[in-house]
Design a protein around this ligand. Structure first.
Ligand SMILES: Cc1ncc(COP(=O)(O)O)c(C=O)c1O
Length: 405
């Protein structure tokens, strides 16, 4: 069978997270593994009202084929929000509605990448992007991610040596690390990319989920012609509706529209009309504020539990928003082995391995805090601590922190 497949399929593995999620479907599992929003945040009643309104007032067009670029009202809403909240000079012409931002990643890869084309990504990087780009046989060069963003000298070297088609980054409350780029680092990166043909693909599904601290300007405001910005309603309204978008220069949007036409004709027009109706009848900021409160409380609890129980040799990030934090175990301890031990006690998380394109057996892991109850967070952290301590005792080498983040 393998030899019948296109070459590009041969090295693409099913998502490690999806495989892990299969185990976590068991009801007894406490899962910090997936990137699931808390279902308590879903505006079920309001979406129900919006759907009924759409069907009653505009049912025929909601159920008909539609334009590829997406509902004009929805694109205007998104562009207006970028103008007022972020000062971006964009209009509906700069927006393409996609089937989640994941489809945006696929379409961007499709229009930019020939087999073997170089791209620069973060180390660790979002595994859904690694998968999307792998499908188009990208060659990856990863640059280490630090507290303020990617390491600048490594980044400059990668750009100069590699001349990538684009640099892909999750700059706010990064998946998997929870790290947010500083404005200074963004400016430095913009300076490097100016006067090149290299694009910055800024993936921003978590940007609205800030708990504290100041917003950092989007890359689009530093490099408007060279930034391709991805957004999503998955983390603010509902992932099941599968609505995301790409915001970019009109010329790029034109190419993406062609790719979208081929892929799916257009994104689900009923879902687009329902979400637009929801946005017209409700205050999105008020809704997001409720999610921020709920998630901050969970983030604070998880951080407090980790501070209380984790051995001092274990490091972890303290995100200012988003859904994840990133743990670095002492060097020599494999996160996969800790996972195997933790899962015996029905606790799941994602070992760091799938977030790297060039190594495995790593000592890092991702914890999601948004989709567990307080009691589950408390129980889960204690069980992971127990698993880590088992390996810490067995660790023959000196426990030096792994700097390979
Ligand atoms: C960084 C990042 N990009 C894209 C996506 C895909 O999101 P969507 O539901 O909008 O397709 C995710 C999902 O978790 C993500 O974490």
């Amino acid at each position: 069978m393998k030899e019948c497949l296109a070459k590009r399929m041969r090295n693409v593995n099913p998502s490690f997270v999806r495989e892990i999620l299969k185990v976590t479907e068991k009801p007894e599992i406490i899962s910090f593994a997936g990137g699931l929003p808390n279902p308590k945040s879903f505006p079920i009643k309001e979406i129900n009202q919006a759907a009924q309104k759409v069907l009653t007032s505009d049912g025929a067009s909601a159920l008909q084929y539609s334009t590829t670029q997406g509902d004009i009202g929805l694109r205007e809403f998104i562009a207006e929000r970028y103008r007022t909240k972020h000062g971006l000079d964009v209009s509906a012409k700069n927006i393409l509605i996609t089937n989640g931002s994941q489809q945006g990643l696929d379409l961007i890869s499709k229009i930019f990448l020939n087999p073997g084309d170089p791209v620069v990504i973060e180390r660790p990087g979002y595994l859904g992007a690694i998968q999307a780009m792998s499908m188009f046989e990208a060659t990856f060069r990863s640059v280490s991610l630090e507290n303020e963003g990617v390491d600048l000298s490594e980044f400059k070297e990668a750009i100069a040596d590699y001349l990538p088609k684009f640099f892909y980054a999750v700059t706010n409350f990064n998946n998997p690390t929870g790290i947010t780029y500083s404005a200074e680092r963004k400016q430095q990166i913009a300076n490097c990319l100016q006067k090149t043909n290299i694009f910055f693909v800024e993936d921003n599904p978590y940007g609205e989920l800030r708990f504290f601290g100041e917003d950092v300007p989007l890359m689009y405001s530093y490099l408007p012609k060279q930034t391709i910005l991805l957004g999503s309603f998955s983390k603010t309204i509902s992932p099941g509706l599968r609505l995301g978008w790409v915001c970019a220069d009109e010329e790029i949007i034109g190419k993406l529209v062609i790719a979208e036409q081929v892929a799916s004709l257009h994104t689900n027009s009923f879902a687009q009309k329902v979400i637009l109706q929801y946005l017209q009848d409700n205050d999105l900021d008020e809704h997001i504020a409720k999610i921020q409160n709920m998630y901050q409380q969970k983030r604070d609890l998880m951080v407090a539990e980790l501070e209380k129980y984790f051995p001092k040799e274990v490091e972890f990030t303290r995100p200012e928003g988003g859904m994840f934090l990133w743990v670095t175990l002492p060097k020599g301890i494999s996160a996969v082995e800790v996972f195997q031990e933790a899962i015996k006690q029905n606790i799941a998380f994602v070992p760091g391995d799938p977030f790297y394109v060039d190594k495995n057996g790593v000592s890092t892991l991702r914890l999601n805090y948004t989709n567990s109850s307080d009691e589950q967070i408390q129980r889960g952290v204690r069980a992971i601590t127990k698993a880590i301590k088992k390996f810490l005792r067995e660790c023959k080498i000196n426990c030096v922190s792994d700097n390979s983040r």
